[in-house]
Design a binder for this molecule. Structure first.
Ligand SMILES: Nc1ncnc2c1ncn2[C@@H]1O[C@H](COP(=O)(O)OP(=O)(O)OP(=O)(O)O)[C@@H](O)[C@H]1O
Ligand SMILES: [Mg+2]
Length: 344
């Protein structure tokens, strides 16, 4: 990736909160690159530092050290007035919508446009377009209290994109919504990302959100980025315990039922992860035929990712040792990710 393709670059960023004697190191040596036009996820448990990171990216919070480079400009080094201008380039979407309760839907969406002194006729035209994009044309004159949670978030989204920012950041934007509404809000965000070419940063503690819309993801744990990369890569092969908790479709190591079975019966227990094309090919039956082994399915699961299907099987394989070795090699050679999780 060339420099021009990066929308956000965070370099060696640290953030500590100090309150007299107590110090909380909320962010430690954060390094992230977010490309133009992508949907980038940041996932972490409560207290991991997600909101701190958001506030450092839009510089509501000043980092102790490190750089936040947006569209090539280091915003830790610019003046307050320049910063105000830069902030307008980032639309924010919040968990609790943060709408003006005494203002109508129209006024809520018009608000950021008024702030930058957009002429009235232009505001009217733009709000009309935005209402159409988020599907709320008929709710123009109602108050937020008359809207459902999903509709409120649609207003929040329209407001966030009103001034045509390059970036929108969603901090737990769907966490207050039910699963169906979450889906519709995520597909709206995806649509906006594609049609308007906005770079989207999604902060969440929910794996489902990451899987549904993100291209790449960073896993945040106690202030550190413990892993980052393409969602499917991390999903099929998580390298850290924290990532495993979020990403592993079947946590075989922790699944006691599998272990109990494994202990009782002879054989090698493996997990096999099939991605995309490999998920439809008959590798298991080929393996059984060609290497003279038996395979029993202990657990199975198929997940639909942003642009790929991923299947996981936990198998017990029996046969001669050298045949099992060859069988596993055969799977690996065919791009199946194999992990031995128990062996008699
Ligand atoms: N203003 C503050 N003053 C002192 N400590 C803070 C402040 N804001 C956050 N922290 C601490 O920093 C750490 C990270 O908090 P942060 O809000 O970034 O987590 P989070 O990942 O957004 O959590 P959640 O999912 O619960 O929103 C926590 O230990 C928190 O207590
Ligand atoms: Mg938070």
């Amino acid at each position: 990736m060339t420099v021009q393709n990066k929308m956000v670059e965070i370099k060696n960023l640290y953030k500590t909160y100090s309150d007299g004697e107590t110090k909380v190191e909320a962010l430690k040596d954060i390094n992230i690159e977010i490309y133009k036009g992508e949907i980038f996820g940041i996932i972490g448990l409560s207290g991991a530092g997600k909101s701190s990171l958001v506030r450092c990216i839009n510089l509501l919070e000043v980092p102790d050290k490190g750089q936040v480079i947006i569209n090539g400009k280091d915003i830790t080094k610019i003046s307050k007035s320049e910063l105000r201008k830069e902030r307008k380039n980032i639309g924010m979407i919040f968990q609790h919508f943060n709408l003006l309760m005494n203002s109508t839907v129209y006024e809520n969406i018009a608000f950021p446009l008024k702030l930058i002194k957009t002429p009235k006729d232009k505001i009217e035209k733009r709000v009309g377009e935005l209402l159409e994009i988020v599907g709320l044309t008929d709710k123009k004159d109602v108050y937020p209290s008359q809207l459902s949670g999903g509709q409120k978030q649609r207003v929040g989204i329209a407001r966030a994109i009103a001034t045509e920012p390059d970036i929108i950041m969603c901090d737990e934007a769907t966490s207050a919504l039910d699963p169906e509404t979450t889906k519709s809000i995520l597909s709206l965000i995806k649509e906006i990302n594609q049609k308007l070419k906005v770079t989207v940063i999604i902060i969440t503690h929910e794996m489902e959100v990451i899987k549904a819309v993100c291209d790449r993801v960073a896993v945040l744990d106690k202030g550190w980025i413990v892993e980052s990369g393409s969602v499917t890569d991390i999903y099929v092969n998580p390298r850290t315990i924290t990532s495993r908790k979020f990403f592993k479709s079947i946590d075989t190591k922790l699944d006691n039922r599998v272990y109990q079975t494994a202990l009782k019966e002879p054989g090698v227990i493996i997990s096999a992860v099939f991605r995309g094309e490999t998920s439809t090919d008959p590798y298991i039956s080929n393996m059984i035929k060609n290497y003279d082994v038996e395979a029993a399915i202990l657990l199975g699961n198929i997940q639909s990712m942003e642009n790929m299907l991923v299947g996981t099987l936990v198998l017990r394989i029996n046969g001669k040792k050298e045949n099992i070795e060859k069988a596993l090699k055969y799977l690996k050679d065919n791009d199946v990710i194999v992990e031995v999780i128990g062996d008699d």
